[in-house]
Design a protein around this ligand. Structure first.
Ligand code: PGA
Length: 254
């Protein structure tokens, strides 16, 4: 059975003290809940990883994640952070291919293929993001576009490696805009992606991959999105910065 996962993507928000306060609040709220089904991941800024990791030690079902990792092992790459460095401070997950990285930092499907390989080599679980722009949705075969992102960055992996991947479908037009995909739009894409995975890796592998939805998912709409059969949780930006809202989203994954 595939896992339900709710990952918070803090992006470039919070100072260290603010981030520690937020992580503390999330873990305290979670500790009072009996029936949380989802694994929770906090994808925090690089500067917070070590300290938040310490805070999460010994906590069940809450894991540490980074928001990016280098495509290189080590060496003369000023300003980059390698997957090995991330695991050395306790990260278990890493977001790769977020649309903000693709759009603002020029990451391509080819770059991401390298990043995925190196992250997996270092024991990190990639949360691999994909999704179309509004222009692509309105004017192109948008489902084909997203399938192609997966093909180019992931389909070289063998079955064992591929099985470790988490996919996050994040329509770019819904990220930070307050425009959410309807549950039907999310399900349409998630089902198409799962069928695409099945065409390459077979039904069993595809059935076990968690496909998260991201893009203005929040306390008010998470339950209806997560109720769709192929939506296995969420990658949550803005709503992960408020502990109470994030908890509501977490509890919506049943
Ligand atoms: P949002 O961000 O929930 O603020 O739209 C989601 C994301 O970019 O991962």
């Amino acid at each position: 059975m595939r896992k339900k996962i709710v990952a918070g993507n803090w992006k470039m928000n919070t100072t260290l003290s603010g981030g520690l306060a937020l992580a503390t609040e999330v873990t305290e709220l979670l500790s009072k809940e009996q029936n949380v089904v989802a694994d929770v991941v906090l994808c925090v800024p690089f500067t917070h990883l070590f300290a938040v990791g310490k805070l999460l030690e010994g906590k069940e079902k809450v894991f540490l994640g980074a928001q990016n990792a280098a495509a290189f092992v080590s060496g003369a790459f000023t300003g980059e952070v390698s997957p090995e460095m991330l695991t050395s401070v306790g990260a278990k997950y890493v977001i790769l291919g977020h649309s903000e990285r693709r759009e603002k930092f020029g990451e391509t499907n080819e770059t991401l293929r390298k990043k995925v390989n190196l992250a997996l080599d270092n024991g990190l679980i990639p949360i691999f993001c994909c999704g179309e722009s509004l222009d692509t949705r309105q004017n192109e075969d948008f489902i084909g576009f997203v399938k192609h992102q997966l093909t180019e960055s992931l389909f070289h992996l063998d079955e064992a490696s591929f099985s470790k991947i988490i996919i996050a479908y994040e329509p770019i037009w819904a990220i930070g805009t307050g425009l959410t995909a309807t549950p039907e739009q999310a399900q349409e894409m998630h089902l198409a992606l799962r069928q695409h995975l099945a065409s390459h890796y077979g039904d069993d592998v595809a059935a076990n991959i968690s496909i998260l939805y991201g893009g203005s998912a929040n306390a008010a709409n998470a339950a209806s999105l997560f109720a769709e059969p192929d939506v296995d949780g969420g990658l949550i930006g803005g709503a992960s910065l408020k502990a109470a809202d994030f908890l509501t989203v977490i509890k919506a994954a049943k």
